[in-house]
Write a protein of this length. Structure first.
Length: 131
């Protein structure tokens, strides 16, 4: 007996990302400090977070963050443990409200699987607490 499998002529992508991002803005728990290039890390509001990337809110012009720029950052998890990260700017977009703030979307670079697991556990616990 033979099986014949037909493939679809088109493939639709229903999700932009492979992993879910969790909106954390204004909910507390995670803290982000980013070195914007002057050697002085600044605390910036974390907008969303996943095991593959994050975004934060910053008042900056488009020339301050360009696609591909690398930033050093420290993410503090809700249990207080710090995680050193290297971020790559993937996109910038204005945030509503007309105050000039931008959402800076970033990929996590060179992330060890143990680090991804720590972030995933923290997000799972955070999700249960803020559901």
């Amino acid at each position: 007996r033979r099986w014949v499998v037909g493939y679809p002529a088109t493939i639709q992508r229903s999700q932009r990302r492979i992993v879910d991002r969790h909106r954390v803005l204004g909910r507390g728990g995670f803290e982000l400090r980013v070195d914007l290039g002057d050697g002085r890390p600044r605390a910036l509001p974390l907008f969303d977070l996943s095991t593959a990337g994050l975004s934060f809110v910053c008042r900056a012009g488009p020339e301050d963050f360009y696609e591909g720029a690398e930033l050093d950052a420290v993410l503090t998890l809700p249990d207080g443990s710090p995680v050193a990260l290297v971020l790559e700017v993937a996109n910038t977009r204005p945030i509503g409200g007309g105050q000039g703030d931008q959402v800076i979307g970033c990929r996590l670079l060179d992330v060890a699987s143990s680090l991804q697991a720590r972030v995933a556990r923290a997000l799972a616990e955070y999700g249960r607490e803020h559901a």
